[in-house]
Design a protein around this ligand. Sequence first.
Ligand code: MRU
Length: 382
Amino acid sequence: MGRRFLWVDAMTNQSVRAVFWENRQVMLIDQRLLPGTFVVNGYATVAAVAEAIQTMVVRGAPAIGAAGAYAMVLAAHSSPAHDTAGLLADLRRAKVLLDDARPTAVNLSWATARMLDAAEQGAAPSVALLQGLLLDEADAIAEEDVATNRRMGLYGAALIADGANLLHHCNTGALATVDFGTALGVVYACAEQGKRVHVWVDEPRPRLQGARLTAWELLRAGIPMHLIADNSAGHLMRTGQVDAVLFGADRVAANGDVANKIGTYKLAVVACENRIPVYAVVPTSTVDLALADGDQIPIEERSSEEVTHIDGVAIAPDGVPVYNPAFDVTPHRYLTAIVTEEGVCYPPFAVSLRRAKAAAEVRIGEQRRQRRDAPGGGGVAQ
Ligand code: MRU
């Protein structure tokens, strides 16, 4: 399978993922402290995981989804219910709390819905068996995320020429997912194939995920890059220094409109003006067929302090009014293609995305059946 982009924990000398389960806790790399400090913390309650998601200890749509799935296992463990009906009621309450933590990234409510569905469909005869079944499902979500990213990496890399200069937005790498990454996974796949790619890494304001996290990942992976101020992107595109623009997404509407980190729209428009291909790299878990277009995607607004302060230092006058939307919507007409784990979707996206989503649902259903039919399937949770 090639090189894996896992982090080595200095304390244990073990490789870790952005999200994993250990000793009945959800383990998360604290991404707020990077690049300066690498810390992995355990979270033992649903409320603690919801807060970690809200405060961006863990961020990136697929990573948030996996954290939410494991938090549903915590909900099952902490439930005082003596029967499965009571446990299901507690799971429904946990889902509401978790889904509220970050509203735009649909992977969160997708994962908690999938956990609830597994619990309801599993027909486990006891609370202990239902807990085991839920841990199996959360593990499956985490493992599938890695496999999905690998597949998207291969599909995406086929679109990128040797020697390409890529402009990448936000952080979509191993930190934003369980492992490997979405758009950055395409970059890693190119590197694994021996393609010499160079990445323009934008910051982006206000949380600086590119500067703090993507730059850190790419330096560790030894992939050629330059960090640029957000305002440099248009100049680079107009002067022929960008061959493709790559980003992930937090939610994609049925027509292909993409909600992603604030600033994505501006990049896509300038790329189209300069006839540069624009690729969104998106697992089907991010595609929300219930929403007809991007205007229906809820856009998360975050605190004014994210704009007025950097690392606790004020960069704006005290009391200044601030508007801080965390995401924007790029209309589908600006996208060349949407890369999914089921293949590359081209316009009309309303058709190609529906096909990809249907193929993924068949695959997930089949894998769940296989897990359940396997010897020891749906055992007692650890
Ligand atoms: O606010 P964040 O850091 O969670 O935003 C992350 C992004 O916008 C990513 O581009 C998106 O989640 C897709 S990456 C896997």
